[in-house]
Design a protein around this ligand. Structure first.
Ligand SMILES: Nc1nc2c(c(=O)[nH]1)N[C@@H](CN(C=O)c1ccc(C(=O)N[C@@H](CCC(=O)O)C(=O)O)cc1)CN2
Ligand SMILES: NCC(=O)N[C@@H]1O[C@H](COP(=O)([O-])[O-])[C@@H](O)[C@H]1O
Length: 214
């Protein structure tokens, strides 16, 4: 049996996606969360990691620190775990090109929109304000350009008339918790790759809206 895929998860908040990935690893013995790193010391995801006896560390930004200086400290913290896969799970910092380049093809992110719609922040409110009738989440490889890496898998939810951003976010979260562990499993089995800025599953090119079974 091949070595288990060493997964490091970066968080900034609640860590519900971290929890879904931890729980998913219980069924998928090919992956193991070996470290959780937060830029926020009060992130509840750190508590979740502790409850699962997973090592944690905090890399807190200093007031006058440049983005590159912060990312150099973050890189040291990540590399301590010698990860096969870096998972951004609500990690709310834009990473420098140098940092991203160190993990190109082995760093993924979950974004709360149907990319390429609504890169950046406040995606649920933007979808409501635009009058969209569907919204969702996207798992993508991370590249230097923000939220623009090749999409791996998406999940859609309807937008109900009159619902607010929090209600919509809750239903998107449910879908995130289903798709993120699946993508981690695909990667841990060696089925998911990135080459020339494109994502492949079992060697087949994944389309712009992510994997869609025939
Ligand atoms: N170089 C990249 N860095 C990151 C990516 C990426 O694709 N390329 N994905 C993001 C995740 N993300 C959305 O999915 C995201 C995170 C943070 C921000 C942002 O504007 N952050 C601000 C601070 C916001 C805050 O503190 O609340 C900032 O860093 O100045 C946008 C999108 C992770 N990084
Ligand atoms: N742009 C990044 C971004 O907004 N990511 C979003 O942060 C939330 C983290 O929730 P969690 O901490 O409960 O996993 C998730 O909904 C994720 O899509």
């Amino acid at each position: 049996m091949s070595q288990s895929c060493r997964v490091v998860v970066l968080i900034s908040g609640s860590g519900s996606n971290l929890q879904a990935i931890i729980d998913g690893c219980d069924d998928n013995l090919n992956a193991n969360v070996v470290g959780v790193i937060s830029n926020k010391p009060d992130a509840y995801g750190l508590i979740r990691a502790h409850h699962s006896e997973i090592d944690t560390s905090c890399v807190i930004a200093y007031k006058n620190e440049t983005r590159s200086e912060y990312d150099a400290r973050l890189l040291a913290a990540v590399e301590k775990y010698q990860p096969d896969l870096v998972v951004l799970a609500g990690f709310m910092r834009i990473l420098t090109d140098d940092f991203v380049s160190r993990f190109l093809g082995k760093m993924i992110n979950i974004h709360p929109s149907l990319l390429p719609k609504y890169t950046g922040l406040h995606t649920h409110q933007r979808a409501i304000d635009a009058g969209d009738n569907e919204h969702g989440a996207s798992v993508h490889f991370v590249i230097p350009e923000l939220d623009s890496g090749p999409v791996i898998l998406q999940a859609k939810v309807p937008v109900y008339a009159g619902e607010d951003a929090a209600e919509l976010a809750e239903r998107v979260h449910e879908q995130e918790h289903a798709i993120y562990p699946l993508v981690v499993k695909w990667f841990s089995l060696g089925r998911l790759t990135m080459s020339d800025g494109k994502a492949y599953l079992d060697g087949e090119l994944i389309g712009p809206s992510g994997y869609a079974p025939d």
